[in-house]
Design a protein. Structure first.
Length: 106
């Protein structure tokens, strides 16, 4: 399992360091909640007055993506992390429901 964080475009060094640390922390929380995560790729971008955070999570057989734009860096990272967590929870519930459904009909 690997976590990769990329920061694109020019940012101040302190902002870049904060983005890397905060994104990695959020990615570790996602991995801690879901055991079948293979790879997490986080991209943080800055364009004019907006920050963009994108989480791409590879789970066994699926790829889950979440992208968020905000004027605040922390807000963009937290919101995209929350979205990908919600999508992974929904995917896990679907997989569990299919297994339960198949077990009842066997």
């Amino acid at each position: 399992m690997s976590i990769e964080v990329n920061v694109r475009h020019e940012m101040e060094e302190s902002t870049k360091k904060f983005a890397e640390l905060h994104a990695e922390k959020c990615a570790e929380q996602v991995v801690a909640k879901f055991s079948k995560v293979d790879n997490v790729h986080v991209v943080v971008d800055h364009q004019r007055f907006m920050y963009e955070a994108e989480f791409v999570v590879h789970v066994k057989g699926h790829t889950v993506r979440a992208k968020e734009h905000a004027t605040n860096l922390r807000s963009a990272i937290d919101t995209s992390s929350a979205r990908v967590t919600k999508q992974l929870r929904k995917l896990a519930n679907k997989v569990e429901a299919v297994h339960i459904h198949q077990a009842k009909h066997v």
